[in-house]
Design a protein around this ligand. Structure first.
Ligand SMILES: *Cc1c(COP(=O)(O)O)cnc(C)c1O
Length: 419
């Protein structure tokens, strides 16, 4: 009944008006609803199958209806859903310990989303200096093109006018500099600066990879200036780039890191991880959440880690990512007017396009392939990490048809002759 209402014609006009207000790279709801999923495939209500290379924006890390996750969730659902953090939650202690063991971190704070994990990270960085007797150090330097979420503090951190405007006074204390401009960065750091905050690969911003050397330089600057380094790995984390966390490629470690999206495999879960030192201000009672770390989320989070931390899994992501990237390079050679650049690492890949990315997304959907637009006229390929060679081949076939349909050269005789 609800669904039928949503389809009523009158709704179309509301949709259109909403759409006009939306920035072009943002997601407009496509006129399609899915009923179930199997691995890398989604099945629409009419029974049509779509190859899901968006994974709910890097969320369904293990694909749809992964048997191990389904079992973990249903087993926990039959036992206990919620007790609040007034009591111990053994599954949460276990997940926290496993994340700490697998990373630079000493402590973990669970939340329900990426933005909330980032809020915890921002609060922690400010409190660190307050606890050290320097409460005036609360400012955080962020980078152009960043996306850190949609809460009031995280839109200020992201610095994008399209997300900030109309929501009243901007949360104070964020200074943004162009990515890679170290002179601007040095100039932005003042005695009031608490931390730098960065995505190792900008997701929403257009799959812009921060060079490993630049990340190492940020680490050096933080060490020299007594700043905390915050990595937002909400999109890049949990195996997406072929390492458990993307910063590992650069050989450095942050002081504070947020993760979400893939970590719950589709169940809402976020986490803020930190060194004991960085978390020194977050004493009992300073931060809290009702739902964060509840038994359902913890059971699923542990199940996701069972798979991602298993021998050979990250190697599989790296191998499959490389294969996909190689095939995309071939596609780029065949359709240089459509695909201009390939970006990214592991199974977090982006195509910078010569045609509008929203057109490309729609054309790919017509080929029953789901991809996701991002800033900088990029489409993102974020398949479930479990995809195999057959899925990659199927995606390339569909991308080829998409590129051919959009190729501005498609009707010229030369092109025809070459084919
Ligand atoms: C998606 C995303 C967020 C926000 O996560 P939500 O769960 O939507 O709050 C923050 N940072 C990055 C890098 C993201 O990709």
């Amino acid at each position: 009944m609800v669904r039928r209402l949503a389809e009523a014609p009158a709704r179309g006009q509301t949709r259109r008006r909403e759409r006009d207000l939306r920035p072009s790279a943002d997601l407009c709801p496509a006129p399609i609803a899915f009923e179930r999923g199997e691995g890398a495939w989604l099945v629409a209500r009419g029974g049509e199958r779509y190859l899901d290379f968006g994974a709910g924006i890097a969320v369904n890390a293990l694909g749809h209806a992964h048997p191990h996750l389904v079992a973990a969730l249903t087993e926990q659902a039959g036992k206990l859903w919620h007790t609040s953090n007034l009591f111990e939650i053994p599954e949460g202690e276990r997940l926290g310990r496993r994340l700490v063991d697998a990373t630079f971190a000493d402590v973990a704070f669970f939340a329900n989303s990426g933005a909330e994990a980032n809020e915890a990270a921002i609060k922690m960085a400010r409190k660190y200096h307050a606890a050290g007797g320097q409460p005036e150090r609360y400012r955080i330097v962020t980078f152009e093109g960043a996306f850190h979420g949609r809460t009031l503090a995280t839109i200020a951190a992201g610095g994008q006018a399209k997300y900030i405007e109309g929501f009243g006074p901007k949360v104070e204390g964020f200074d943004q500099v162009p990515t890679g401009d170290f002179a601007a960065l040095e100039a932005a750091i003042t005695p009031e600066t608490a931390a730098l905050m960065i995505e190792p690969i900008q997701g929403e911003g257009g799959l812009r990879v921060i060079p490993h050397a630049a990340l190492r330089r940020l680490r050096e600057i933080c060490d020299a200036r007594g700043l905390l380094l915050i990595m937002d790995e909400v999109q890049t984390g949990v195996g997406r780039t072929g390492k458990l966390f993307a910063h590992e490629w650069s050989g450095i470690a942050p002081d504070i890191m947020s993760a979400a999206k893939g970590i719950g495999g589709g169940f809402p879960l976020g986490v803020c991880l930190a060194t004991r030192e960085a978390a020194r201000g977050m004493t009992a009672g300073t931060h809290g959440t009702t739902f964060g770390g509840n038994p359902l989320a913890m059971a699923v989070g542990n199940a996701v880690l069972d798979v991602v931390l298993a021998d050979g899994f990250l190697e599989h992501v790296r191998r499959t990512g490389l294969l996909l990237k190689q095939k995309l390079a071939g596609l780029k050679d065949r359709y240089p007017q459509v695909i201009q650049e390939i970006r990214g690492e592991g199974l977090m890949l982006g195509l910078r396009l010569g045609v509008p990315n929203t057109d490309f997304t729609a054309a790919a959907r017509a080929e029953h392939l789901l991809v996701i637009p991002a800033g900088d006229n990029v489409v993102r390929l974020l398949p479930p990490l479990i995809v195999g060679e057959a899925d990659v081949a199927a995606a390339i076939e569909r991308l080829e048809a998409t590129a051919a349909a959009l190729d501005p050269m498609k009707d010229t005789p030369l092109r025809g002759a070459a084919e």
